[in-house]
Design a protein around this ligand. Sequence first.
Ligand code: TMO
Length: 312
Amino acid sequence: MRKLISLLSAIVISFLSFTGIALSADSKKPIVIPTHNWSSQVVMAYVIGGIFKEMGNNVEYVPADTQAVYESIRIGDVTISHEVWESAFGKSFTTALDKGGLLDWGDHEARTLEDMGYPNWVAKLCPGLPDWNALKNKDCAKNFVTPDSGGKGRMLEGPQTWHGDLIPQRIEALGLGDLWTVKFAGSADALWAELKAAKKEGRGTIIFNWTPNFTDGAGFTFIDFPPYTAGCRPEDGGDGKCGSPDGYLKKAVNADFPKTHPKAAAMFKKLSFSTGQIGAMASLVDLDGMTHEDAAKKWLKDNKKVWKKWTK
Ligand code: TMO
């Protein structure tokens, strides 16, 4: 009889935890968190993973392609995305959202900008900046010539996986192609190395950058291109004569996550970082030289008041 009762209760309990409703305990199956190729995203992955672990969850980190990750979330290979940047990834995100299987899990407090810009001391090489019209001046462009730029001013874009040909298309569309050429950096670190080298050599540089980032407090200015409007990009049928949007920074989850891990999903829904907090996560790595894991540990230790309230 005892045996029968314990067998029955085991069946009931496993049924309940399988449905995940009545017990509302989180599954022991790992929550799969993607890591990408810029610092705040990787630090934040370990910060969020650390909070999940604190709550008793299992976590797994996977390096993931920055565009394909939304399809991976939709089909359940990856559980969450914690930095969906509108300009770079909005289209891949929306495509997966429309197909079903991925949920929009809300916005961070921080707003975003991802565009070309320059360290402030460069402004004197190009009168009229940050207005993009200043780039039409050949006396400006000549200050940005590099050995590989064919006599044109060079702009250094980030890795091509972030925006494809968005910036080269824009430069052509705005009639700047005779004076400027766009090269792609292989990594975020290559952008920061370019900033350092240009300063040391006292030469002009225009690079892709974004905010929130570690450069927020370091005198970096974004170029004012013609304003972004819905549909202005070539991939959306537009003429490409527009800058990047004042963008969202979203979270996304696989649609089953709130059922398999209701507590973790509720925490992740509440989680929201500000511009200052995200900039600080990047700074710990890109300015202070910490590893992403150590930066996350430090952040969690120093900000218990911030994240503990999301777990309740
Ligand atoms: C997506 N990013 C922050 C690199 O612009």
